[in-house]
Write a protein that binds this ligand. Structure first.
Ligand code: AQP
Length: 335
């Protein structure tokens, strides 16, 4: 990273290498990271420790980690301007997590909606403890790098609040030890909904069993067009106010990709047939994905090059993370 970047506010964010990325991950996170990389000092990690909560096949986890590194760069992150690293390559994440866990009341974690959803789906006897403590590891990810901002989709707001609470708790008990981070959530595209179920957030894990739920970033153009053509709308033939959830979602995707306001998108399509709206949304998605897919293919032709980027970045960020960890360890009496 260039030396001048050090004077800018710092951002940190990450994505789990658990399933293929979808349009929500792009619009809620990756696209914003890439667009704003000259405004911030950038730390982006591939959060493989979080992905372990799904017990992936080891070979698959390794493959998805590399795939995600390539996707970060294909979506526009420049390794010369961003740290791009793998969470487990920096052991301080797990070490800080333990210290933070000792400061985290169980009640805070029991209130997390993502934990509630997964424990309801799997049953309290089967859901693993990693799913429960996941937000504490996420707080460690953020606090280790003294991030000012955490650019994420709307679904992560609650977890960032918990990171803030933990930072404040540590600071109030032990002095000014860590920076209190703030969420950075964009006005458009922060909550892309499922194409088949516009009442639910578009989600990677859901798309595994229901491909029509999400456009994946590596879907070929014909698949993208077919999925959008089949997106759930309602029984109206054309766009009229007030629009239902499915049409609102398509308008939001269109607005985010074509960089217009949602009101502007609504004005553009009002009175036009759903098929026209879907055609325009599909064009916008394909236009965005084609260059990403081409760049992704180039990057995957040199996996050793990708591994080098990750190793070099890990070597640099370890210094930052270890310094914070030492500060915390001293503050709590471990050093
Ligand atoms: N539907 C969405 N709209 C906007 N942003 C979204 N993000 C996720 N879904 C949407 C943002 O993408 C980043 C990826 O975060 P993650 O890897 O922690 O995964 P997640 O939030 O758990 O994403 P999924 O797709 O919903 O996965 P599963 O099915 O595993 O739960 C975050 O910034 C997130 O806000």
């Amino acid at each position: 990273m260039s030396p001048s970047a050090a004077s800018r506010p710092r951002v940190l964010s990450g994505i789990q290498p658990d399933f293929g990325l979808h349009l929500g991950n792009y619009l809620g996170a990756l696209r914003n990271w890439a667009r704003d990389q000259d405004r911030y000092e950038n730390y982006f990690c591939i959060v493989d420790l979080h992905a372990l909560t799904r017990h992936p096949d080891p070979e698959r986890l390794r493959a998805l980690t590399l795939e995600l590194a390539a996707m970060y760069i294909a979506c526009g992150l420049d390794p010369a301007r961003c740290e791009i690293f793998v969470q487990s390559h920096v052991t301080a994440h797990s070490q800080l997590c333990w210290i933070l866990e000792t400061l985290t009341p169980m009640g805070w974690l029991e209130r997390m909606t993502q934990f509630k959803a997964r424990s309801e789906a799997q049953g309290a006897e089967r859901v693993n403890t990693g799913v429960f403590t996941y937000p504490v590891l996420m707080a460690a990810d953020i606090l280790l790098y003294d991030a000012d901002f955490v650019p994420v989709g709307e679904d992560q707001r609650q977890h960032i609040e918990l990171s803030r609470d933990l930072a404040q708790r540590l600071n109030s008990q032990r002095g000014d030890i860590v920076r209190v981070p703030a969420p950075l959530i964009s006005a458009v595209g922060a909550r892309v909904m499922g194409l088949d179920t516009p009442e639910e957030k578009m989600s990677k894990s859901v798309a595994v069993d229901r491909p029509g739920h999400a456009v994946l970033l590596l879907d070929p153009p014909d698949v993208i067009r077919r999925k959008i053509a089949r997106a759930t709308t309602d029984t109206e033939p054309a766009v009229h106010k007030p629009v239902g959830a499915g049409v609102a979602n398509l308008l939001e995707i269109y607005a985010a990709l074509r960089e217009v306001s949602t009101d502007g998108a609504l004005a553009e399509f009002e009175g036009r047939r759903y098929s026209e709206l879907k055609g325009a949304v599909a064009d916008a998605v394909v236009d965005a994905m084609v260059p990403i897919q081409a760049r992704y293919a180039e990057l995957r032709a040199d996996d050793d090059g990708l591994r080098r980027v990750l190793a070099q970045s890990a070597a640099r960020v370890r210094l930052v993370a270890d310094a914070t960890l030492l500060r915390v360890q001293e503050a709590v009496g471990l050093r």
